[in-house]
Design a binder for this molecule. Sequence first.
Ligand code: SF4
Ligand code: SF4
Length: 204
Amino acid sequence: MALSSADTDLESLPRLPEPPVADLSFLDKVVAATPGVPRLEMCIQCGTCGGSCPSAADMEHTPRQIFAMIRAGMSDEVLRSNTPWFCVACYYCMVRCPQEVHIPDVMYTLKSLAIRAGLYENAAGPHLSQTFSGYVEKYGRSFEFGLATRHYLRHHPISMRGMAPLGLGMLTKDRLTFTPVRIKGLKGLKAILARARELEEAAR
Ligand code: SF4
Ligand code: SF4
């Protein structure tokens, strides 16, 4: 049957609602703040990362959910989530990701953005990260005994006694040192860190 001119007149058809415009500004911000090329926009939501993650059971959102929330522009919810703080940077998700998304690097970025925005719910993770980076800046490496002692005194004083036998055992077997050890070439490392800070400030 031949179509009449009214059938083919597109102007006469009812207008469909405009599709929602995705707000990708938070995605762009996270990508820009992550060193290298994190490939975050390549995520296909397959869920392999969450299924591989040893910390997933303690995370409020799986890495896959976090990446969907970033794409949806849910910056507050993402930066309040405990997920990045439970990432132990084991890189297992990254080696299994079919899209080669640099998942642990994105988690580091989210921690940094959450600290700057003051949006984390539990301060234990941020305090541990800040103490760790303070030792690295001062001595060129971590000081595990000081890190653990400060962390337990500040956030888990009651359970600290229970950790004492483990700490003493590690000290007597030379797995920990009582005092921090400075690396050689600390001056060079400090210069690198200062330059990195300058570049970070310039990129903001
Ligand atoms: S494994 Fe990779 S592609 Fe799959 S959900 Fe995780 S980040 Fe996205
Ligand atoms: S790197 Fe982080 S997010 Fe990835 S599997 Fe390890 S703990 Fe989970």
